[in-house]
Design a protein around this ligand. Structure first.
Ligand SMILES: Cc1cc2nc3c(=O)[nH]c(=O)nc-3n(C[C@H](O)[C@H](O)[C@H](O)COP(=O)(O)O)c2cc1C
Length: 376
């Protein structure tokens, strides 16, 4: 890592060490203060409604780098008014082998990766040269603690939100050997129920996880997502349900997803995008991440901002066309206040940054400062 800089999730340590010892850097410092949110980080006279919850600025950190209550509480104290608690499961689930995060260097001059382009299959260079603007691999396999551990921790995380701040729990179903469609749907319902027991007022369901085989994600099957969200909504009642989506290239498929979920009253918002899958290679063209099944990995950060903005813009157009009311949380490559604004302009009701926030713990502060300046 360059310049002795410490992201709050330390990519040079294992997931387990981060879970037990993190957060690091500025987030660790923030935990030493006991005020919920320093006044200098709040925008006075400002506030917006996100799915019925009032937040100071609809900006935060999406599912992933905030591993437990210490991370989410530190995020709140650093002025991120939305904090998503990393995706939990109905059972303990192991993490992919270390390393999980490599620096990714796309070929294009602006560092972007274009969905559907040949580069994603031919190979993108990945190594340990972390540099700005930052793009990284994200190869964890969605690990989870056992519910006996995450439930009390999530309850604490919800309670630690300051005024006009919101903790959003994320969960997903777990497909295990021999599970049929019915049991897979039931596992989502069980997990959603476990989340309600923590006192959560809303939740996010991750559908951008592998479903059936290589590169086939749950969100590529809108009918199954429709069935699952119907069952989950029956369980969670009035609590808003957000669905986390990967990039969906085809407008008709995206419209089907909206129709099968929002159209049936089961989903109140989408968070998008998750990572973009690419074949990652080292300088010699060999597989960059060690182990079977890791030839490809999700890439996030600067490289995927164009794809994220495109997805949010198209989702917003579908919202208008169908005259439906749902929230859009824009995610992907947000590294600066300009990126926050671009997502809002594209139709996002709220914006989140994972990689950008990991490499700049002051990102929420910087966005709020800019808003204060433009207001003067
Ligand atoms: C370290 C890390 C872990 C992540 N884990 C999850 C996860 O458990 N569930 C999920 O829905 N998304 C997960 N993500 C994806 C992010 O929520 C986000 O969609 C993606 O990183 C794109 O945003 P970014 O470009 O700001 O990083 C993870 C991302 C990172 C960087």
């Amino acid at each position: 890592m360059s310049q002795g800089f410490a992201p709050f999730y330390d990519v040079n340590r294992t997931y387990e060490d981060n879970y037990l010892q993190g957060p690091f850097g500025a987030f660790a410092e923030a935990l030493k203060n006991d005020s919920a949110q320093p006044a200098r980080l709040q925008l006075s006279g400002q506030g917006e409604d996100v799915l019925g919850f009032h937040v100071n600025l609809p900006f935060g950190i999406p599912a992933g780098p905030l591993l437990n209550e210490r991370f989410t509480t530190a995020a709140f104290r650093m002025g991120f008014d939305l904090a998503v608690y990393k995706t939990v499961r109905s059972r303990a689930w192991g993490c992919n082998a270390f390393p999980n995060v490599l620096a990714v260097h796309p070929k294009r001059a602006d560092g972007s990766l274009v969905p559907g382009s040949a580069e994603l299959d031919e190979g993108v260079l990945a190594d340990t040269r972390f540099e700005l603007p930052i793009s990284i691999s994200n190869s964890f396999g969605v690990p989870s603690r056992d519910p006996d551990e995450w439930q009390p921790d999530m309850e604490k995380a919800i309670a630690a939100a300051g005024e006009d701040q919101l903790l959003v729990p994320s969960f997903q179903g777990s497909r295990v050997e021999g599970m049929d469609r019915k049991a897979y749907i039931a596992d989502h319902v069980t997990t959603a129920h476990l989340v309600t027991e923590t006192g959560a007022g809303l939740m996010e369901m991750n559908t951008s996880c592998p479903n059936e085989g290589h590169n086939r994600l749950l969100c590529h099957d809108p009918h199954l997502v429709g069935e699952i969200t119907e069952a989950v909504k029956n369980e969670i009642g009035d609590r808003p349900l957000i669905v986390k989506l990967a990039y969906i290239p085809d407008d008709a498929d995206l419209e089907t997803m909206v129709a099968e979920t929002v159209g049936h009253g089961t989903v109140q918002g989408f968070s998008t995008i998750n990572t973009i899958s690419a074949r990652l290679v080292d300088a010699n063209g060999n597989q960059a991440l060690p182990g079977a099944g890791r030839e490809r990995s999700g890439v996030c950060g600067n490289a995927i901002r164009g794809a994220g903005l495109d997805m949010v813009g198209r989702l917003s157009a579908i919202r208008e066309k169908l005259g439906l009311d749902f929230a859009i949380v824009g995610v992907g490559g947000v590294v600066s206040p300009d990126d926050y604004r671009a997502y809002r302009k594209a139709g996002a009701n709220a914006v989140m940054s994972a990689t950008g926030a990991m490499w700049n713990a002051n990102l929420a502060h910087e966005i709020k400062d800019e808003i204060k300046v433009t207001r003067r």
